[in-house]
Structures are given as structure tokens and as C-alpha cells.
Design a protein around this ligand. Structure first.
Ligand SMILES: *[C@@H]1O[C@H](CO)[C@@H](O)[C@H](O)[C@H]1NC(C)=O
Ligand SMILES: *[C@@H]1O[C@H](CO)[C@@H](O)[C@H](O)[C@H]1NC(C)=O
Ligand SMILES: *[C@@H]1O[C@H](CO)[C@@H](O)[C@H](O)[C@H]1NC(C)=O
Ligand SMILES: *[C@@H]1O[C@H](CO)[C@@H](O)[C@H](O)[C@H]1NC(C)=O
Length: 381
């Protein structure tokens, strides 16, 4: 007996590393950034345990995406779902990779296309000759309203930011009267010298207040606002998603400008200088922006994918009980994954393969800004 008692602790001690390796290997910790997301994560974890799914899920609270990125890097957490711009920063600056990405259409990982939209009656309009034209952007430092269109203008040598790397100044010198909501916000314009013409096509609220504000009080804010700006003839071109116009048609938007909107009155401008019909966005777009993907450390790609695969087999198509791609009941949308996710697909290539060539080219235009800070300022949610 005495013999055994003395041996037992030793045996346990020897087993401990094996045991903890096993536990670690079988658990995935997820970085969540809001109360609602944390609650969905905890429900997923307990439902997975209840269904005897191999492995365990831990939910760790992060302050924001940037904090989650650092926590993944230093091993505090394993995974976090991120937007395209953040995936680029995580890959380029932190050496992280992606394990899986969302597919919305069930075929590929494209989230949406960024398109340039104009009134059909505007003749002589070419994306290759936008100098002094007026433009309508959803907002400063947004993917749709800033990164992609400005990246395109840099890539086609229409604007050049020079040594100072001053994008607002270069864009202000290039366009005529335009609307870039938020361009004069202290956060984006600490010295107060961003060009005023980038607010001249903004209209503010009904009482002419909040002109150029980085929120919906500015009626030309956001993708619908940018479309309105072109529909009302205040801008020649709007940079929007391929879905924006359809989201505002058929009474889905009850504002009078939207009720007056006719598909036949609009067209797409293509990057090669030609034009196309609105439904031709797969051919005629500035960039295909990838859907969200799960950022991990390189060595965890396989492990995290295997666990996600088990989770989506159990909860991806749920008609009752916990549903992986729904946020109903949590008071917010797109928790853990986008609600429009059809399934998660494995990413075998590097994060750049997920981002795709057109979108990566656009981001490269901003390299002089120091990708880290530039990309983190982008409003992704
Ligand atoms: C890891 O990074 C996070 C976020 O920066 C920090 O709060 C935490 O203390 C770090 N942990 C370790 C072990 O370095
Ligand atoms: C759900 O079911 C459909 C049809 O059987 C299938 O195509 C899809 O991949 C499934 N989704 C998930 C997440 O398993
Ligand atoms: C499963 O998730 C639902 C929410 O969809 C939650 O109400 C329930 O408590 C969870 N079940 C278990 C066993 O944790
Ligand atoms: C960037 O510019 C190059 C050269 O002008 C062109 O070949 C390439 O297609 C452009 N890329 C994109 C994504 O527009």
C-alpha cells in the first residue's frame, strides 16, 4: 500500500504534460468582443458539450479586434472571426493566417463587390478619367467608400500621395465637390486641414446640421446615402456595394429619393473605362471583397478547422436548437459569424489567397501609411 501511495503522485506528475497537451489540443479558445457575442459563444460551447462534440470551446473576452489579434499572437486565445481589412493586417503585420472563411452563396468566399455607380444620363464619364468629377463615398476609411476606390485611383496612377503619404489631401486635390462623411472628424483630421471640398456634396440632416458627419444624420452617409447622393445629382459617381441599389428598391426604403429610383436610370462604371448594366457586377467591379474569415496562428490552421467542421456539421443547418449562423435572440446581428453565412469553407492557402488579387492590390496602395495603423482605423463593423 505504502509502496503504491508513493508511486501514484509520480505517475500523475509524469502524466500531467500528456494530459494537459490532450486538453489543450482538444480545446479552442475564441476571442469575443461584445456581451451578445460572448453569450452566443457560451451557448455554443454548452450545446457542443451537450452533443458530445469532441473538444471544448472557451470564450475569452477581448476589447476589440486589435486586442484579439494580439491575444492570438501571444497565445492567450486561438481564434477570432475578422473582416477583410483586419485579416490583411493580421497576416501582414502579425504573421497570422486564416483557418476557415464564410461562404455566403455556397460557392465561393466573396462577401460583396465594390462597384462604381453613375446616372445613365451622365455621358462622357470614365473611371479612368475621374479628375475634377464629384464623388459620393459611404464614409472615410471604410472598405467600400475609401480603401477600394482610393486604392483603385492609386493603382491606375490617377492620384499619387507622394512622400507625405497624405491621402485626404491627394483625394481632395483630385476630385471636385464630393462627399466623404467623417473626413473632417477630429479622429481622421487631427490637424483640421483635410480638404473642405470633400464635404461639399454632403447635405447633413433636414435642418442643415451635421453636414459631413460620420453617422446617419448626414443623409449622404453610408452606402444608401452615397447612392442617394448620385440619385439626387449631387455627385457623378457613388462607390457602393453591388447589392446597395437592390436594398433600396421596391419600397424597402421609404424615403422619397428611393421611391423615385429607377434601375434604368443607373449604370456601372468599369475599371477599364467602359460601362455596364447594374446586374453585370461580376465582370464590372473595382474589387471583390472577401467574406469574414477565422484568424489563427499558422500552426493551428488544421486543428481549428477540424473543430469548426464538427461544429458546423452539428449546428450549421439546425432547424431547431442552437444555430451557428443565426444571431436571433441575442439582440445584435452577425455574432461569431455573419448571419448570411451558408457554410464555412476550409482555407488551405495563405491569408492572401482568401483576400484575392483585386482586393489585395487595393490595400497595397496604402502601404506608405504603415498598414497597421491605417487598417486598424478602418471601420469594419
Ligand atoms: C497577450 O496580449 C494581450 C493583449 O495585448 C495582453 O492583454 C496579455 O497580457 C498578453 N498575455 C501574455 C501572456 O503576454
Ligand atoms: C446544409 O445543407 C445543405 C443542403 O444539404 C448543404 O449544401 C450545406 O453545405 C449544409 N450546410 C452546412 C453548414 O453543413
Ligand atoms: C443551447 O443554446 C440555446 C440557445 O440557442 C440555449 O438557450 C441553451 O441553453 C443551450 N443549451 C445548452 C445545453 O447549453
Ligand atoms: C492595377 O494596375 C495595373 C496596371 O495599371 C493593372 O494591370 C491591374 O489590373 C490593376 N489592378 C486592379 C485590381 O485594378
Amino acid at each position: 500500500m505504502e509502496h503504491l501511495e508513493r508511486r501514484l503522485p509520480l505517475a500523475l506528475l509524469l502524466l500531467l504534460p500528456v494530459l494537459s497537451f490532450f486538453l489543450l489540443f482538444c480545446s479552442v479558445s475564441w476571442c469575443v468582443v461584445s456581451d451578445a457575442e460572448e453569450q452566443k459563444c457560451l451557448d455554443l460551447a454548452s450545446n457542443a458539450t451537450a452533443r458530445n462534440i469532441r473538444g471544448t470551446l472557451q470564450c475569452v473576452r477581448g476589447f476589440n479586434t486589435r486586442d484579439c489579434m494580439e491575444k492570438i499572437k501571444n497565445g492567450t486565445v486561438d481564434a477570432c472571426s475578422m473582416f477583410a481589412d483586419d485579416i490583411y493586417a493580421a497576416g501582414l503585420c502579425q504573421g497570422l493566417d486564416v483557418a476557415a472563411g464564410e461562404s455566403h452563396n455556397g460557392v465561393d468566399g466573396i462577401g460583396y463587390y465594390v462597384v462604381a455607380m453613375a446616372r445613365r444620363s451622365s455621358s462622357d464619364l470614365s473611371l479612368l478619367e475621374m479628375h475634377e468629377r464629384s464623388s459620393c463615398h459611404p464614409g472615410i476609411r471604410t472598405t467600400v467608400g475609401w480603401t477600394v476606390p482610393i486604392g483603385y485611383l492609386v493603382n491606375t496612377s490617377q492620384i499619387s500621395v507622394g512622400e507625405q503619404c497624405n491621402f485626404p489631401r491627394a483625394v481632395g486635390n483630385f476630385f471636385g465637390y464630393s462627399c466623404v462623411p467623417g473626413i473632417k472628424d477630429p479622429l481622421h483630421d487631427p490637424r483640421g486641414n483635410n480638404p473642405k471640398n470633400l464635404c461639399e456634396a454632403c447635405i447633413g440632416d433636414e435642418n442643415d446640421r451635421h453636414i459631413c458627419a460620420n453617422n446617419p444624420r448626414e443623409r449622404h452617409y453610408g452606402e444608401s446615402g452615397a447612392l442617394r447622393c448620385v440619385a439626387e445629382n449631387l455627385g457623378d459617381v457613388a462607390f457602393v456595394k453591388h447589392t446597395t441599389v437592390f436594398d433600396n428598391l421596391d419600397g424597402k426604403n421609404q424615403e422619397s429619393w428611393a421611391l423615385d429610383l429607377e434601375l434604368e436610370d443607373l449604370k456601372l462604371l468599369c475599371p477599364d473605362g467602359t460601362e455596364a448594366a447594374l446586374d453585370d457586377f461580376e465582370r464590372c467591379h473595382l474589387a471583390a471583397v472577401p467574406a469574414n474569415a477565422v484568424v489563427v496562428r499558422l500552426e493551428d490552421k488544421c486543428r481549428v478547422w477540424k473543430y469548426l467542421e464538427r461544429l458546423q456539421n452539428a449546428f450549421g443547418n439546425a432547424t431547431e436548437g442552437f444555430s451557428l449562423f443565426s444571431s436571433a435572440g441575442y439582440g445584435e446581428s452577425d455574432l461569431l459569424f455573419s448571419d448570411s453565412t451558408h457554410h464555412l469553407q476550409r482555407v488551405l492557402g495563405s491569408y492572401t489567397s482568401w483576400l484575392g488579387p483585386s482586393y489585395t492590390t487595393m490595400l497595397q496602395a496604402f502601404e506608405c501609411e504603415g498598414t497597421r495603423d491605417a487598417v486598424f482605423l478602418h471601420i469594419s463593423k
